[in-house]
Design a protein around this ligand. Structure first.
Ligand SMILES: *Cc1c(COP(=O)(O)O)cnc(C)c1O
Length: 406
């Protein structure tokens, strides 16, 4: 017999969850497409996409179907045994990218941890144990394990946890001269987000990305792209590196990969993968058949001209609505990003209001995000209905009006 369901509310959070989050005052209980309902039955339009995760909206019928079918077939075997969904998903990711080898994890941080360890290991095996320097960027975000948070460029996230992994250098993003000044033959990798997500929705310039590729080639370093947020169609291409005319050595993907089911992947070449051997790295859940079956379905749907081309037209609709708001209220210094990773940077006179706008939007029935202190971020479903964008932006306009009037 099923246990009786305990009654829980937003207040329960304050008593039972480690206080590392400050969630909104409502508790979502149900989602369909780009609409979400809370415990009181209030409806929201979702422009937050679970932080760029639910790329096909909530409870997409094809994902639900796969979840049910695979859920009644095989959930988990560990990596002591391989499984069909993992092998199919890896094959399809390879067919769709530069890559030849895949490692599966369960989160963005794990995929990045694997990438950074691989870059160091490759340099150690192929060149020298002293070739360990990692160059990364201010405001970068790569996850919350101690290694990934140390490669990340926000010390407030890595301070206070004891000694940090050594030999990591941070320089300003989009500043090629700064990279040139610190790169040398002891550098094993440059780690970069093609579009900084958490750091304020900042796209790398083509010159910067191409310059990084050239510098890596010059110094036998690997170019590692963190596409945890920018990948899986978010930018309008399957992976954002395709916009830059470069080939990376390693990419990582997570967030949208499982459309809401936790799964991540690190992709690389045969040459780089060749230094690895059984036992050097691993994880119990990585490549779990349930996760991989769902991700395979998500990839099948996202990696189609229909979905990828639809990203750009939806972006246009967002940008037009934001520009209209801007001409009315003089709000933004910049509307930026690529595809459906959209950042609207608030003018200095409004810079402190990002959190207020987020809460006011929730009150109007709209879920949005911030990125840093002064950027409003929109990362909706890639297949959000144009009518949902229209209605959501109308709610956003009301929220803005209320915040400005307050
Ligand atoms: C979200 C994010 C991560 C971390 O992913 P988790 O699943 O939270 O570990 C890493 N890199 C980027 C660019 C991200 O946006």
């Amino acid at each position: 017999m099923a246990a009786e369901k305990l009654a829980v509310t937003r207040e329960t959070f304050d008593n039972v969850i480690l206080p590392v989050y400050a969630p909104a005052q409502f508790v979502p209980v149900k989602g369909k497409g780009s609409r979400v309902w809370d415990q009181q039955g209030k409806e929201y339009i979702d422009f937050s996409g679970g932080i760029a995760v639910t790329a096909l909206g909530h409870c997409h019928p094809a994902l639900v179907e796969t979840l049910k079918t695979q859920g009644e077939t095989l959930w988990h075997t560990s990596n002591v045994f391989t499984n069909e969904p993992a092998l199919r998903l890896a094959s399809k990711l390879i067919a769709a990218t530069f890559a030849e080898r895949v490692f599966f994890g369960n989160s963005g941080a794990e995929a990045n941890e694997a990438a950074f360890k691989l870059a160091r290991y490759y340099a150690c095996k192929k060149h020298s144990p002293f070739k360990s320097k990692i160059i990364a960027f201010h405001n970068a975000f790569h996850g919350r394990t101690l290694f990934t948070v140390s490669v990340g460029g926000q010390p407030k996230y890595s301070d206070g946890f004891g000694p940090k992994p050594a030999d990591i250098v941070h320089v300003p993003f989009n500043d090629l001269a700064a990279v040139k000044a610190v790169i040398d033959d002891h550098t094993c990798a440059i780690v970069v987000e093609p579009i900084q997500g958490e750091g304020g929705v900042m796209p790398a310039t083509p010159e910067f990305m191409q310059g990084l590729r050239a510098l890596c080639d010059e110094h036998n370093a690997l170019l590692v792209l963190d596409e945890v947020q920018s990948g899986m169609g978010r930018s309008g291409k399957l992976f954002a590196y395709e916009h830059y005319g470069i080939t990376p050595d390693i990419i990582t993907t997570a967030k949208a990969l499982g459309g809401g089911f936790p799964v991540s992947a690190m992709l690389t070449t045969n040459e780089i993968a060749s230094v690895m051997a059984p036992g050097v790295h691993g994880t119990t859940y990585g490549g779990n058949p349930l996760a991989c079956a769902i991700a395979e379905t998500a990839l099948d749907i996202i990696n189609t001209p229909d979905v990828l081309e639809g990203v750009e037209s939806r972006r246009q609709q967002f940008v037009a609505a934001l520009q209209a708001l801007d001409s009315k209220f003089d709000l933004f210094t910049d509307i930026r990003g690529k595809g459906l990773l959209i950042g609207a940077a608030l003018k200095p006179q409004h810079a402190s209001k990002a959190r207020d706008i987020l809460h006011a939007a929730a009150a109007e029935g709209l879920m949005i995000l911030t990125a840093g202190n002064d950027v409003i971020r929109f990362v909706p479903s890639l297949v959000i209905e144009p009518t949902d964008i229209e209605e959501g932006m109308a709610r956003f306009a009301v929220a803005i009006e209320k915040v400005l009037a307050a």
